[in-house]
Design a protein around this ligand. Structure first.
Ligand code: 9MR
Length: 364
């Protein structure tokens, strides 16, 4: 071996033996990832892009086809949520046929990368298959279809899903149950909610079972309705374990300053809480490129949402709804808005990414 090479080897060995200076990251040699920066036990998650709006886009399936995307998915996050792949229309395309291909692949990926999974979702008014929505099943048939689905799906992933969004978006802005749009509530009445939680709990006693919604970040009629319903269900012994706010914010509407106060109301009942679908969209200037001021404000919103969760006992899961603008649902659904995630299309980091990492690190 050449002398200078020998010296390099010796110095490297010494460096490895030397204790880390207090300021060094435990993973020196590369930047800390979000999951490395997170406090022990705290889950930092993302949606796994696929299905839904992606099918209308010119690119191939992100999860299976985009290697750099997969790399970041595995290294940056400790929790993953199938963005669409566990919804009824994907899992249960025909009455007598289930298709677990995409969902299984995500759960396997999560296991290989030591990640937990948030299951999404079992009882919802949207993205249900036609055979279900456009049918004339009797209430008894519908009940048995729902029970079989919940048992089959939750049972298949028993022990592999940390949290399930059992019921998604069941209230309107005024705090009324969505009895028109939601086929289950319309045809079977509100009593079906308790049944679904019971069936899910029987199928996987370890999974934490959640109510999940948007527009419930602050204290308002909708979040009040959840608080009342959950108290009532728990008094009846129904296995409800958590309440989560999705966290789809827009710079247009300001930050829900009472987020922490609101989550604390649920935590005080002994519930887990989570923020499950965070993104912060903005009106794009004509150039299509956000201003520095917009990016700074976006970073501030991300930071405040994460801090609120870190401050609340039992809030140990914070999930962003995709980590790159390349695959975000926002521009597809809101004309003129976008740039809602923490990375640009080429995966370079925005201020929001850096602020998430430093906030996680400060919480250790
Ligand atoms: O991000 C999802 C998108 O790909 C789908 O096209 C859309 C269809 O409803 O659903 C999006 O995810 C939603 C989530 O399942 C529930 N909360 C709101 C999310 C954004 O619409």
């Amino acid at each position: 071996m050449k002398p200078f090479r020998l010296l390099t080897v010796a110095l490297t060995a010494l460096a490895l033996l030397a204790p880390l200076p207090a300021t060094a990251s435990p993973t020196h040699g590369h930047d800390e990832s979000l999951r490395e920066a997170a406090p022990r036990g705290f889950r930092i998650g993302t949606a796994v892009a696929g299905g839904g709006h992606h099918e209308t886009m010119p690119y191939p399936d992100p999860f299976t086809a985009d290697k750099p995307y997969r790399k970041l998915l595995g290294t940056e996050f400790s929790s993953v949520s199938p963005e669409n792949q566990m919804k009824w229309e994907y899992l249960h395309p025909e009455r007598d046929r289930y298709d677990f291909t995409a969902a299984d692949a995500i759960v396997r990926f999560a296991q290989r990368h030591h990640q937990v999974v948030r299951g999404h979702t079992l009882l919802w008014h949207s993205q249900n298959p036609d055979w279900l929505e456009n049918s004339d099943f009797t209430p008894a048939q519908l009940r048995s279809i729902l029970r079989d689905h919940v048992r089959k799906v939750v049972g298949r992933y028993r022990g592999q899903i940390q949290q399930w969004d059992v019921a998604n978006e069941i209230f309107t802005e005024t705090g009324a149950l969505r009895t028109t749009e939601n086929i289950w509530l319309r045809e079977l009445g509100p009593g079906i909610i308790a049944d679904v939680f019971r069936w899910a709990h029987q199928a996987d006693p370890h999974a934490k079972l959640f109510f999940n919604d948007y527009g419930v970040e602050g204290v308002n009629a909708k979040s009040d309705a959840y608080l009342a319903l959950i108290q009532q269900l728990r008094a009846q012994g129904v296995p409800v374990h958590g309440f989560s706010a999705q966290g789809h914010l827009s710079l247009r509407y300001g930050f829900p300053a009472d987020l922490e106060t609101n989550l604390n109301r649920f935590s005080a009942l002994g519930l887990h809480t989570a923020i499950t679908e965070v993104d912060v969209r903005m009106d794009l200037p004509e150039s299509g490129v956000p201003t520095d001021a917009q990016l700074a404000q976006q970073a501030d919103y991300y930071q405040r949402m994460l801090s609120a969760c870190l401050n609340v006992r039992g809030c140990d899961s914070f999930t962003i709804w995709g980590f790159t603008d390349k695959y975000s649902w926002v521009p597809v659904f809101f004309e003129g808005e976008g740039a809602a995630t923490v990375m640009w299309d080429d995966f370079s980091r925005k201020p929001a990414y850096h602020v998430l990492r430093s906030t996680l690190a400060a919480g250790r």
